[in-house]
Design a binder for this molecule. Structure first.
Ligand code: HEC
Ligand code: HEC
Length: 207
């Protein structure tokens, strides 16, 4: 079983790699928006993620798609969280590429979020005020109970999505508690932080 899954992932990656090559050489777009829109409803993505991928109480916003095509397909075949897997019998790689194209064609909210300008000074204060530091440590360098988040590996949209609906032990921060602008400020602050030192220079991490 493990092997079958593994082979499946490799094939998925190879197919997607082929497509990326085609894109790079200026070939036609990989997905068809119209059939993607239809698939999005038929396969049931819309039931959880909303008709436009805008997000609902059940599932996060996914338009524009938070992942590149290739990792999104890999994710859908083997989701890590609460989402049910989408086997290739339900939607082929090509059909997922169509869905991807559809999700790219809608959803200005995500791109607007990425355009929010954060104020790092204010973000530094909010990082303390909202208690992020209590778990993630001063300067977001990580602590025993929570990972390093400064500088952030996620996009602003990714961080917002995560903080609104964490998948693990982190408590969620709703829009009522922390506005998008507040989180954009925190993001801007986290961006100003120095990257981690190589692990071998940090005694605690090399244990
Ligand atoms: C039964 C509800 C349900 C259905 C159906 C569903 N999803 Fe999801 N999806 C979720 C949930 C819940 C999550 C959040 C997963 C988690 O973190 O636990 C998620 C996460 C995702 C993510 C990752 C989001 C991120 O920010 O990393 C993508 C992409 C995604 N879904 C796409 C799809 C697509 C495309 C379809 C249709 C083929 C689909 N989903 C069908 C519930 C669903
Ligand atoms: C009560 C402890 C706690 C607080 C408070 C907290 N976090 Fe977290 N956070 C966690 C833990 C634990 C994780 C690891 C994943 C999980 O269990 O959810 C995490 C994960 C994250 C991640 C994802 C990291 C990754 O690389 O995937 C981000 C981003 C994040 N936190 C940002 C914040 C921000 C911003 C705040 C303040 C607004 C905050 N957290 C407050 C405990 C906390």
């Amino acid at each position: 079983m493990g092997l079958v899954k593994f082979v499946g992932i490799v094939c998925t990656l190879l197919t997607a790699c082929g497509r990326i090559g085609a894109q790079a050489s200026g070939a036609k777009a990989p997905g068809n928006v119209t059939s993607g829109k239809q698939m999005f409803l038929e396969v049931g993505c819309a039931a959880c993620h909303g008709a436009q991928g805008q997000g609902t109480d059940l599932a996060p916003q996914i338009a524009p798609p938070p992942l590149d095509l290739e990792p999104m397909i890999a994710y859908l075949r083997q989701p890590t969280g609460k989402m049910p897997p989408v086997p290739s019998g339900t939607a082929s790689d090509q059909q997922l590429a169509d869905i991807y194209a559809y999700l790219k064609s809608v959803g200005p909210p995500g791109s607007l979020i990425n355009q929010l300008k954060g104020n790092p000074e204010n973000g530094k204060k909010l990082f303390v005020a909202y208690g992020c530091y209590e778990c993630h440590g001063w300067q977001g360098a990580g602590a025993a109970i929570a990972p390093r988040i400064g500088p952030p590996a996620l996009s602003l949209a990714g961080l917002l999505r995560y903080v609104r609906a964490p998948t693990g032990q982190m408590p969620p921060y709703t829009a009522k508690v922390a506005s998008d602008q507040d989180l954009a400020d925190i993001y801007a602050y986290l961006k100003t932080l120095p990257p981690p030192q190589p692990a071998n220079k940090v005694p605690l991490l090399s244990q």
